[in-house]
Design a protein around this ligand. Sequence first.
Ligand code: G3I
Length: 306
Amino acid sequence: AGTLGAAAAQSGRYYGAAIAAGHMNDSTYVATWDREFNAVTPENEMKWDATEPSRGSFRFTSADQIVSHAQSKGMKIRGHTLVWHQQLPSWVSGLSTSDLRSALVNHINNVMGHYKGKIYAWDVVNEAFADGGAVGTLRSSVWTQKLGNGFIEEAFRAARAADPSAKLCYNDYNIDNATAAKTQGVYNMVKDFKARGVPIDCVGLQSHLSSGSVPSNYQQNIAQFAALGVDVQITELDIGGSGSGQADAYRRVTQACTAVPRCTGITVWGITDKYSWRSGDTPLLFDGNYNKKQAYTAVLDALNAA
Ligand code: G3I
C-alpha cells in the first residue's frame, strides 16, 4: 500500500497522528492527515484545562472539530487524556479530598459521556509513575496527595462505567525499556489490575525517543505487556535526529510493533516537523514543507512487510 494508514491496515492495525485543531486551517496539514493516517489523537483539546476550565462547565468545541473530521473520514480516535498532573486547571488543586474525588468522577463521566461510542481507546491515566525511585513509585501530585495511590484504580473503574465501548489505557513515557524500574512498576500495576479485575485494556508506550535511544529490548517490552492480556499501542511516537539514523530507529520501532499481534497501532506525535512540540528537533515523518523524509519510507516499507 502507498500510505501509512493503508499499509498498517493490511495487518489490521492503524497508523495515527496527533492533531492540533489550531492547525486545521493549514490545508496541506489536513490533506496530509487525510491521505496518510487512519487514526487521530487530539494533541491538547481533550485535556482537563481544555474541557473543564472551570468546575462543572464543559467545553468541547475544539475537540469536536477534530472528532467530527475524523469521523467523516472513518478514522479511529484515541482520547487523550482524562487524568494527568499537567494541564490541570488551578481550581482542581484547591479541592478537598471528597470534592476532588467527585470532581474526578464527574470529569470522566462528562468527557467520556460526550464522546460515548466514538472513541477507540482512552488514555485514562497519563504519566502517573515517577522517573526515579524504587519500582512502583508514583509521582507526587494532587492525585496521590489527596486520593492516595488508589486514584488510578478509581479512575479506571469510573471510566469503564462511563463508556463500556472504549478500550481503557494506561499511558506513559520512559517505559520503553523492558527492564527499567519505571517499566517494571507499570508492568506490576497492570498485572495486579488484571488479577483483581480492575478494568484495563491497553498500555500506551508514548515512545518519545532519539535515534540512538531505542532500547534493544523494545520488542520484548511490547511482548511482555501483551502477555499480561492487554493491547499495546505506541501512542506518541517521535524520534529525534535525521537521515538514516532516524529512519533506522523508526524502522525498528515499527517492526517491533508488527512482530507482536497485540500491538494494535502506532500514533506519531504530529505530522510535520514544523509543528512538533520538540522545537529545534526534527522528530517526525514529514519535514517542514510536508516532504516525506527517509524515516517515512522506512516506516511505510516496514508496515508493508508485516
Ligand atoms: O493554547 C495556548 C495559547 O493560547 C498560548 O498563547 C500559548 C502561549 O504559550 O500557549 C498555548 O498552549 C500551549 C499548548 O501546548 C497548545 O499549543 C501550551 O503553552 C503548551 O504547554 C502546550 O504544550 C503541550 C504539552 O503537551 C503540554 O504539557 C504540547 O502541545 C503537547 O504536544 C504535549 O503533549 C504531551 C502529551 O500530552 C503527554 N505526553 C508528553 C507530550 C509531550 O510533552
